[in-house]
Write a protein that binds this ligand. Structure first.
Ligand SMILES: [Zn+2]
Length: 314
């Protein structure tokens, strides 16, 4: 049976949970849709990720205004994906911060990613006409960048190649709260279409070494305690099974379609019920196959998305 392209068939609104993880530190999670976060400082607010459109961001800002009237000064962008950054203008934050590789990706492929993601996730791009243009970070960093919002310390950490080459993890060392972006998912499918999948597995060990006590994943519920480690482990396990099966296909000189069928069969029992599993699988296998053939992540365009989907998923 033909499967509808990407997330075009997913039109049911998700339930929002706005949860305080430590005093003044909030997760805004949405049953598997991209998560965002809020860190309230002494004089200002830092927001983690922007949502896909300014109109959708307004809903999130309304939630922020139920807990603080302080100005939003810092908007941290965990990575360049359109669904997380194109709502940025709504916050009017003077500082939009991302890793230097993130800015490079916006320049190189931000426009194509915008068009590609709009096609994949129509529900997440409600009021797409409100997007004024690409979102550029106006502050970048290379390894670490630390903010002191009054006496609240917030560390921005680049931990290596992973979901993209420019992922920022946001860590509060005193509260031990971590916003991982899409480096870690909690019961939601990792998307690896722009990933460095084998490097990502090692990067996850550096994420684990932060020993966070609460985690806001890229997608899925915020988790605490032992579930933080479980989320990191299950993300890594998904990547490992993906890698092992596609590697077996490459070893046997199978086609991309055969690699897809092999990896899909191997991952379905454990992960088939995770949000966006069917959406991600063709992209994930395509990227893994490329990586094992020595290629850097190629640019996804709306056209390439559809051609690949037709070849693998339908
Ligand atoms: Zn992403």
């Amino acid at each position: 049976m033909a499967k509808g392209f990407a997330s075009t068939g997913d039109l049911a609104e998700k339930k929002v949970t706005f949860e305080e993880l430590a005093a003044g530190v909030y997760a805004y999670t949405t049953e598997g849709d991209p998560n965002t976060g809020v860190i309230v400082g002494r004089d200002s607010v830092m927001v983690v990720d922007a949502m896909a459109t300014p109109v959708m961001a307004e809903q999130f800002i309304a939630k922020i205004r139920t807990v603080t009237d302080l100005p939003i000064v810092h908007l941290v962008l965990t990575h360049y994906h359109a669904v997380r950054v194109l709502g940025a203008s709504a916050y009017k934050a003077p500082y939009q911060i991302g890793h230097e590789n993130m800015r490079e990706l916006v320049a190189e492929r931000g426009q194509q990613d915008w068009e590609s993601e709009t096609g994949r996730f129509p529900r997440l791009f409600r009021n797409a006409e409100s997007i004024p243009g690409l979102t550029w970070p106006n502050v970048t960093y290379a390894d670490n960048l630390t903010f002191y919002l009054g006496d609240r310390e917030v560390q921005l950490r680049w931990l290596g190649h992973g979901h993209t080459k420019g992922d920022t993890a946001i860590f509060l060392p005193k509260e031990r709260v971590l916003f991982s972006g899409d480096l870690v998912e909690a019961g939601a499918t990792p998307y690896t279409g722009d990933g460095y999948i084998q490097d990502w597995m090692e990067t996850l060990e550096r994420v684990r070494a932060l020993r966070a006590e609460a985690l806001v994943p890229g997608r899925g519920d915020a988790v605490r305690g032992a579930k933080v480690d479980e989320a990191i482990s299950s993300t890594k396990e998904f990547l490992t099974i993906l890698r092992d099966n596609v590697a077996e296909s490459v070893r046997q000189q199978e086609t991309l379609k055969q690699a897809f069928d092999r990896a899909h069969a191997a991952l379905t029992p454990q992960f088939g019920n995770w949000p966006i599993f069917e959406h991600c699988m063709p992209f994930d296998v395509s990227r893994m196959y490329d990586e094992l053939n020595g290629l850097e992540p190629r640019i996804w365009t709306a056209k390439r998305d559809r051609e690949m989907w037709a070849a693998l998923q339908d």
